[in-house]
Ligand binder design. Structure first.
Ligand code: PEP
Ligand code: MG
Length: 574
């Protein structure tokens, strides 16, 4: 039995047999054919390409039904490549001229593509490279007659892979797959986002995941603790089965609270909202009792595609969310937060040395006004259908807020002149996710209808610790007194100026921390939909007066560890 501590990227417990998903080796010896076999081999190639196309189309349809067309769009590039005559003709040419098998010719093409892409530094091209490799893996599997879809055939499997491409992740059939473990990745990788959307437990476990786990090994994943147990004893399996059962009973029980208010024992209310990436996730938000959408990460509209979304696409997406949530419930649309670890394939963005300190969020929007205006137009138009609000990410100076407002004024004037239907009284707020913004919230409040604290970034920038780097994850400390002080300072300034403050980073979903935030007089918390019930339960079990006292005490502690331990020990029995 062996335990590996990794990073939990999607919660829950999974117990199953490991399937180590190895990508086929492209280094195999070249196999020659004689002239008479050329025709037969080209026929094999064509059949393999058609089969691959049919498989990918099927995957796309299934996924569109289950999670929505934005995920399904991941496959558009795959299909375009398979239909591309140049691609097929090049493989055929190699078969004919070099008299080698289809597999060997396909491998040759891979090597060439590999060389071209290595020379290029742009991340979006590296994404394309992964897509091409994925298509080619599928073609080779089909040439060999081995089934790439094998993953769907064995129930209770836990997928172990070095990395999962978007297409591989979405092809995991959630009816069968219990969970997945990858060696690399981060909580904001495609794999993590899709795992959360599907509610499949997942852990990133480093290279050990690949070297220590063998196919058919029994493996346990604890997505909440970020732990993996390889070849557990019968006793441990029994323990985890019980834990899993308890979790599922608890999950059902927690849903009883769905329509109950989120308030402390002494009557302090706080709104619990959901974070979503795609309109389809509104269903989960409603299922778990979200009172609104606290963060709609709209950059997902731009990912996994080779063009930019039109105003109409934005409009349709926002209208859908607004209508699904109803006239009353607030929906906060965050304008595009590209850069950092998220890239738009449709634009050739230069690779930066420090992307998280670079051309990110509002910095991008203020320079690419054309893209920003299209999004804002759609938001103001869609606002007619519900209670939409808008906020800007990555604010670090007041000028950025003022310039954004100026663009909003222009957009509204344009819409008015064009006689378009739109709502012009929607609240415009900002994300407080840089220490500079937090420290000048008193001034920023003059320009903002609300604050939403992006603690994922606020922690990263306050502690100077890359939020996606496993190596320094011990320094990623939500309860560091510096972070708590910046949060409290923001709320105090908001209150002084009569505006409300919410928090939409991951720390809101840790029940004890959520309770501490009650003590700060936070007005709203927003989190992944499935995290809402447990947070609500905990908040309903504490007193606001106690949380205020706890905050007063811990804000003067000297470390995250001391604060966190104190919270665990003192909030509703620990
Ligand atoms: C945050 O930074 O806390 C946040 C919610 O935004 P994102 O995670 O998308 O950067
Ligand atoms: Mg952020």
């Amino acid at each position: 039995m062996k335990k590996i501590k990794g990073l939990g990227i999607s919660s829950g417990i999974a117990i199953g047999k490991a399937f180590v998903w190895e990508t086929p080796s492209f280094q195999e010896v070249e196999s020659t054919i004689d002239k008479t076999s050329i025709k037969r081999d080209i026929k094999r190639l064509n059949e393999a390409i058609s089969t691959t196309e049919a498989q990918i189309e099927k995957l796309q349809q299934t996924f569109e039904k289950e999670v929505g067309h934005q995920y399904a769009d991941i496959f558009s590039f795959h299909l375009a490549l398979l239909k591309d005559k140049l691609f097929k003709n090049e493989i055929e040419r190699i078969i004919k001229e070099e008299r080698i098998t289809s597999e060997s010719a396909v491998r040759k093409v891979i090597h060439r593509i590999g060389k071209i892409f290595k020379k290029d530094e742009k991340d979006f091209l590296q994404d394309r490279r992964r897509d091409i490799m994925d298509v080619i893996e599928r073609i080779i599997h089909n040439l060999r007659g081995s089934s790439y879809a094998k993953l769907n055939l064995f129930p209770d499997e836990i997928i172990v892979a070095r990395d999962l491409s978007p297409s591989q992740t979405v092809s995991l059939d959630k009816k069968y797959i219990r969970g997945f473990i990858t060696a690399i990745g981060s909580a904001t990788s495609h794999a993590a986002i899709i795992a959360k959307a599907l509610e499949i437990p997942a852990v990133i476990a480093g290279e050990k995941a690949i070297t220590d786990i063998k196919s058919k090994d029994t493996v346990i994943i604890d997505g909440d603790l970020g732990e993996i147990i390889i070849k557990p004893s019968k006793k441990i399996i029994a323990e985890y089965k019980k834990k899993k059962e308890k979790l599922s009973i608890r999950k059902k029980q927690l849903l009883i609270l769905k329509n109950e208010p989120c308030e402390t024992l002494d009557g302090k209310r706080i709104s619990l909202h959901a974070n979503i990436e795609l309109p389809e996730q509104v269903d989960a938000a409603k299922k778990y009792g979200a009172e609104g959408i606290g963060l709609y990460r709209t950059e997902y509209l731009y990912l996994n595609r080779n063009d930019l979304p039109s105003e109409e696409e934005h409009f349709v997406a926002y209208k859908k969310v607004a209508e699904k949530m109803g006239k009353e419930k607030p929906v906060i649309i965050r304008t595009i937060d590209i850069g950092g670890d998220k890239f738009i394939s449709a634009l050739s963005l230069r690779k930066e040395l420090n992307p998280f300190l670079g051309w990110r969020g509002i910095r991008f929007s203020l320079e690419r006004k054309d893209i920003f205006e299209i999004q804002l137009r759609a938001i103001f138009r869609a606002a007619v259908y519900g209670n939409l609000k808008v906020m800007f990410p990555m604010i670090s100076t007041i000028e950025e807020v003022k310039q954004s407002h100026k663009i909003i004024r222009k957009v509204k004037d344009d819409l008015k002149n064009e006689k378009k239907k739109f709502r012009d009284d929607i609240d415009v707020g900002i994300m407080v996710e840089t220490p500079s913004a937090a420290l000048i919230t008193e001034q920023l409040a003059n320009e903002s209808a609300f604050f939403s604290i992006g603690s994922n970034d606020l922690i990263q920038y306050t502690l100077a610790v890359d939020r996606g780097n496993e190596k320094i994850s011990h320094l990623y400390q939500p309860c560091h007194p510096a972070v708590i002080k910046l949060i409290s300072h923001t709320i105090e300034n908001g209150k002084k100026k009569g505006i409300w403050t919410g928090l939409c980073g991951e720390m809101a979903s840790i029940p004890e921390i959520a309770c501490l935030l009650i003590g700060t007089e936070m007005d709203e918390l927003s989190m992944a939909p499935s995290a809402i019930p447990a947070v609500k339960e905990k908040i309903r079990s504490v007193k606001y007066s106690d949380m205020k006292n706890i905050l007063k005490k811990v804000i003067n502690f000297d470390s995250h560890n001391k604060v966190y331990k104190y919270l665990i020990a003192n909030i509703s029995g620990g």
